[in-house]
Design a protein around this ligand. Structure first.
Ligand code: ADP
Length: 744
């Protein structure tokens, strides 16, 4: 049986036991009563027997006495003293003898006792017992004894009622009503004291002496039942009922208690579960600091079992030796009620000796009656928090160090309010903010845009500094929108770039002047050609006009040719002016093919004179460049002119100049390859140094300027050996420079 079912039946057990007890006790009472009745019947039987014997014995005594009396009459008269004395004695000792007479054979009374004169009745019959009769309700019987001479008879009259009264002793009379019955169950005499119990026991016994069919009947008196006896069954019943009722009530109470216990168990289990699942260590102490309770988390923290800690007094086993003083101080403060609302930070020790930091919060322990019985302490293991805080601090310090080590000013400001949330030292110094905390700072110089992030140069007119400012919107640690601004001081860079630009310009100017000198002779040739052509066309015109019928058509063609040659000469001269003019780079959309044509046009005379075979290879259509056309023309001019000069000593059939135009990684790649003297590998980089030249009249500036120009266009220029002899110069210029390349 399951415990719950056992519990359900348990309250019925006392009721069942009470019922069983009542039944058993009633049975016992009935049995006891039966036994008592049996006992009484047996006693009655014994008493009746005894009574019978007592009566019969008295009869025998009376008979013997009469026999003795009759014997005295042998030869004597009833006047004899012996007879008289005996007769008197007989009457005195046996009061039941109410008549004594001496009669003759015919029943004549000869003598009778004076005390019993009324009963001197004649007796007829043989000696022995006479007839029984009842006179005035008094039963009588005669007994006759013949004298020795048989002539007379001594007759006595027995009063049976008296006999009964005499012979039934008090202790029998107290118990029973004794009744003497004659033949035919006729009541003769009775001795009693009280009312009869009609339902009581009755006993009978027949008397053998006198042989007259007498019998004795004993009847128990009506016994008044004792109230206790009467009440007993009811008391028992009542008790049983009370037991049942109390059992039922007990059952109810038990059920209520059971429900309460289940609730309590559930509540206790819940509390236990809650306590056990707490990660906070709990410790309860009494007012003297003795540990009353510790929870699982606390035990796990310190590594001791609850039984080892409960009842413990300070110093506690989890107090490290080096922290004893601090632990004791905190302990004393708690006992003295000096509770710090922020708790106490102390260091405890695990069983294995490991130290850990906790924060202890103490509060008063109040019992159910509201009495202050001790102190409650809750501990939080703050080792990890402290470690994290230290790590965070270290990380913050590292961050600050890095931020302050940057050579850029960094600031974070709230996107809404503009409040400065963070800045590094350089920012504070650069913008005069020694302490940025709480200050409101909106960098005034930035147009703030969400998309795309700002990346611009800004000139601080007040301090005369240039900054490269990058600004973008970002999300701050608290999730709010902020502006992150990084300002790099580029004043030095700017100054250097400006200086370099000016130097370059000066150099280019110089170079152009040099080139101009160099080109003077070729220009003279170049101009000579159109001028010579114009002169010859002019003389041709004159010849046509001198003819009788001038051919006007030929004249017109000649004049057209002259104009064309004049235009060409003008173009050459304008080119020289532009080339020589000192000017800032001027970018515009231009086509490499056109540039190349111009340069080849300028160098046409040189090419023809040297008998060089020029080939141009262009695999695909190329997009336009965004560049300074004159500068690129100068680069092409220098490189082609150097190539032509390098092939001066080459065999005529090897005088080949191969120019290729290709697209490579989003840039234009131009290769100018010759079959000239070539360049020793160790000299490949030296060529670009200023004043490096192998020519008698050379300046050694051409390649240097070319590289500057190409780099200015964000490209590269280099020289390499041309497989099969000679060398080749390669330069690149990016195509898509239009958007972000602009000059201040
Ligand atoms: P310059 O032409 O005045 O000497 P450059 O800077 O143009 O100055 O050239 C520097 C030197 O580079 C030249 O003196 C020459 O020795 C060498 N060089 C230039 N181009 C070539 C080339 N195509 N082949 C061989 N050597 C060259």
């Amino acid at each position: 049986m399951t415990p719950s079912r056992a519990h359900r039946w348990l309250p019925l057990v006392p009721g069942l036991l009470a019922a069983l007890f009542t039944l058993a006790f009633s049975g016992y009472l009935l049995l006891a009563r039966g036994e008592a009745a049996e006992q009484r019947a047996a006693t009655m039987e014994q008493d009746l027997l005894w009574q019978k014997q007592a009566i019969e014995q008295q009869m025998n005594v009376d008979r013997d006495a009469v026999l003795g009396l009759a014997a005295t009459l042998a030869g004597a008269d009833f006047g004899s003293p012996v007879f008289q004395a005996r007769a008197l004695s007989l009457l005195q000792t046996s009061p039941e003898i109410v008549g004594l007479s001496v009669q003759d054979g015919r029943g004549q009374v000869e003598w009778h006792s004076s005390q019993a004169s009324q009963w001197a009745l004649p007796y007829r019959g043989d000696p022995g017992w006479g007839e029984l009769w009842v006179s005035h309700g008094q039963p009588r019987v005669q007994y006759a004894v013949a004298t020795p001479d048989r002539r007379r008879m001594v007759v006595i009259v027995l009063a049976l009622d008296r006999l009964l009264q005499q012979q039934v002793p008090w202790w029998i009379a107290q118990r029973y009503q004794m009744t003497l019955y004659g033949p035919g169950y006729v009541p003769l005499a009775s001795k009693y004291q009280r009312q009869l119990d009609l339902a009581g026991e009755i006993g009978h016994i027949n008397l053998t002496e006198p042989p007259l069919g007498l019998s004795l009947k004993a009847e128990v008196y009506q016994t008044r039942a004792r109230p206790v006896t009467l009440a007993l069954p009811w008391v028992l019943f009542g008790l049983a009922l009370a037991m049942l009722a109390s059992t039922w009530a007990l059952g109810r109470v038990m059920r209520v208690r059971e429900v309460a216990e289940i609730r309590l168990r559930a509540e206790t289990a819940l509390r236990k579960a809650m306590e056990d699942s707490l990660v906070t260590g709990l410790r309860a102490m009494d007012k003297h600091g003795r540990i009353l309770y510790v929870n699982r988390a606390f035990c796990e923290m310190v590594g001791y079992r609850a039984e080892e800690l409960i009842g413990h007094h300070p110093p506690m086993p989890y107090w490290p030796a080096e922290e004893l003083e601090r632990c004791e101080a905190v302990f004393d403060a708690i006992l003295a009620g000096r509770l710090d609302p922020n708790g106490f930070a102390v260091r405890f020790m695990r069983r294995n000796g490991e130290r850990f930091d906790v924060r202890v919060y103490a509060s008063r322990l109040i019992d159910g009656e509201g009495e202050h019985i001790g102190w409650m302490g809750s501990m939080y293991d703050i080792t990890e928090i402290r470690r994290e805080r230290e790590a965070l601090q270290a990380s913050h310090e590292r961050f600050v160090t890095v931020m302050n080590g940057l050579d850029a000013a960094v600031a974070v400001s709230d996107a809404q309010t503009g409040e400065l949330l963070m800045s590094n030292q350089l920012f504070d110094r650069a913008f005069g903010l020694p302490d940025w905390r709480g200050r409101c700072c909106i960098l005034p110089f930035l147009p703030r845009r969400t998309e795309p992030p700002v990346d611009a140069e800004w000139y601080d007119g007040f301090r005369q500094n240039w900054y490269q400012v990058k600004s973008r919107q970002s999300v701050w640690v608290d999730g709010s929108a902020v502006w992150l601004e990084i300002a790099t001081d580029i004043t030095a860079l700017k100054t250097a770039a400006e200086r370099e630009r000016r130097q370059n310009e000066t150099l280019q100017q110089t170079a152009r002047l040099i080139s101009m000198g160099e080109m003077a002779s070729s220009l003279a040739h170049e101009l000579n050609q159109p001028l010579g052509a114009i002169a010859s066309y002019a003389s041709g015109c004159r010849n046509i006009l001198a003819a009788p019928a001038p051919n006007l058509t030929q004249l017109d063609q000649a004049i057209d040719k002259m104009a064309e040659q004049a235009k060409r000469a003008g173009h050459i001269i304008r080119g020289i002016r532009e080339f020589v003019q000192r000017r800032a780079p001027h970018r515009k959309r231009c086509d490499i093919g056109t540039l190349l044509d111009t340069v080849l046009g300028l160098l046409g005379h040189e090419i023809v004179r040297r008998g060089v075979d020029v080939s141009i290879a262009q695999a695909e259509a190329l997009p336009p460049l965004y560049a300074d056309a004159v500068m690129l023309e100068q680069v092409l001019f220098n490189l082609i002119k150097n190539a032509l000069e390098a092939m001066d000593n080459a065999a005529p059939d090897r005088r080949q100049l191969a120019i290729s135009l290709t697209r490579h990684n989003g840039a234009l790649k131009v290769v100018i390859a010759d079959r000239g003297t070539g360049i020793a590998p160790e000299q490949l980089e030296q060529l670009f140094k200023p004043f490096f030249t192998t020519k008698d009249a050379g300046m050694g500036m051409g390649l240097n300027i070319c590289r500057s120009i190409i780099e200015h266009h964000h490209g590269r220029l280099w020289a390499e050996a041309n497989p099969g002899g000679g060398c080749r110069f390669v330069f690149t210029v990016p195509f898509s420079e239009e958007t972000d390349a602009h000059e201040p």
